[in-house]
Ligand binder design. Structure first.
Ligand SMILES: C[S@@+](CC[C@H](N)C(=O)[O-])C[C@H]1O[C@@H](n2cnc3c(N)ncnc32)[C@H](O)[C@@H]1O
Length: 225
């Protein structure tokens, strides 16, 4: 049975996918880009106190933690956090917490950087403003933000099956147990990203690789927590 993708279903889909998730990083054609990202992300976030949202199995956490001052890596699903915690964090500078991006929960620390890997693509276009507000609320003014995500590449990406009335695109994904999910997956270009972030971001820099894009910017309007 195919399930539809709203916030709840997205959470459920990633809970069920936890054990299979990191296979996405084995795709042969993406290895050169991934190697470059494993170098770039830690260097961009060097020395920072990072709030990572939707950290999943901690794949990017493990690289970022080699250079960041500290990382609070958060995800809504305990299933993925259980796979993230045992990874190797030799500098003992990583903590994990179960946090919903959209919750009102206050985090006790201050962060001068925010990281979201493969999260932006799952935010509905009509919910981008709400997401940015929820994320920036937890960051210091002028914090550095980094989003990393997929570009659509024919033959490598899962095909997009439909576009809804807001311009969101969707994929059909099947897990090992045969269950099938319709998942919202947007693949914005630089101008869409820049327009979505608007006045909330300054000093935006967009970097395009063959299979991925990433963007860095400074939080223009922060709220002290
Ligand atoms: C595409 S995965 C990205 C995982 C990881 N950042 C990576 O790049 O390997 C998306 C993650 O978002 C998490 N997630 C889904 N809904 C969430 C929510 N409302 N708040 C926090 N995390 C959520 C899922 O559990 C999943 O781990």
């Amino acid at each position: 049975m195919q399930q539809r993708s709203d916030e709840h279903d997205l959470k459920d889909y990633y809970a069920r996918r936890a054990a299979e998730y990191e296979r996405i990083y084995d795709k042969a054609e993406r290895q050169a880009d991934l190697a470059r990202l494993r170098e770039s992300l830690p260097s961009i976030l060097q020395g920072r106190d990072v709030l990572e949202i939707a950290c999943g199995t901690g794949y990017w956490t493990q690289f970022v933690a080699t250079r960041a001052a500290s990382v609070l890596a958060t995800d809504v699903n305990e299933e993925v956090l259980e796979l993230a915690r045992p990874k190797d964090f030799p500098r003992d500078n990583v903590r994990f917490a179960r946090v919903d991006i959209y919750s009102e929960e206050q985090l006790s620390r201050q962060f001068d950087a925010g990281l979201g890997a493969f999260w932006w693509s799952h935010v509905p276009r009509q919910g981008q403003e709400r997401f940015i507000e929820c994320f920036h609320r937890r960051l210091q003014p002028d914090a550095l933000v980094l989003f990393l995500d997929n570009r659509y590449v024919q033959g490598s990406s899962t095909p997009l099956t439909r576009t809804d009335e807001h311009g969101n695109t969707y994929q059909t994904r099947t897990l090992d147990d045969g269950s099938s999910y319709e998942v919202l997956k947007n693949m914005p270009d630089e101008s869409e990203l820049s327009a979505a972030l608007g006045d909330n971001a300054r000093a935006l820099e967009y970097v395009e690789l063959e299979y991925f894009w990433y963007v860095t910017y400074r939080v223009a309007r922060g709220v002290q927590v």
